[in-house]
Design a protein. Structure first.
Length: 156
């Protein structure tokens, strides 16, 4: 929950909380970590990334498209970001200790790496099925985070 001046408590479900679990030292208790991973898995996880907003929120936009204003508005209202699968996989591994299951979250992107350009991954995808790939076809931070998580999980 975020408490901001003039707005008050914001309990909107967004993926940012996954970082508190995926970092080498988490400030959260084991129970809190499990709660974060579970709610993100239930409501934000897609095959191509974590949604930027809970689909149950009234402002949710499950499709990324339209003109610049519509696309910019959708970025943080439901679009699924591939780079967030890296932190999610690492957080899931921390909580559940299942390397193969954690690796399975980045596997769809491993298959996508040959879809648009050799060794590239898309920036984002629609938050709604069929999770159509959108945005930049060669996004460095998506490639970097997926490879980083895969590498870390291979070493554990």
């Amino acid at each position: 929950m975020i408490d901001s001046p003039g707005i008050g408590a914001d309990v909107t479900l967004r993926p940012n909380q996954i970082f508190a679990v995926s970092l080498p030292k988490s400030p959260l208790t084991a129970g809190q970590q499990k709660s974060v991973v579970d709610i993100c898995a239930q409501r934000l996880l897609t095959p191509h990334g974590l949604r930027s907003l809970d689909p149950q929120h009234p402002a949710y936009q499950g499709h990324y498209g339209g003109g610049p204003a519509q696309r910019d508005g959708a970025y943080h209202q439901g679009t699924a970001w591939g780079w967030l699968l890296g932190p999610f996989a690492l957080a899931h591994f921390r909580v559940y200790g299942d390397r193969n299951l954690a690796l399975s979250f980045v596997e769809p992107l491993g298959k996508q790496i040959h879809a648009h350009g050799l060794g590239t991954l898309s920036e984002l995808a629609d938050g709604d099925a069929p999770f159509t790939l959108r945005g930049c076809i060669a996004q460095a931070w998506t490639v970097a985070e997926v490879l980083r998580a895969w590498h870390v999980l291979q070493l554990r």
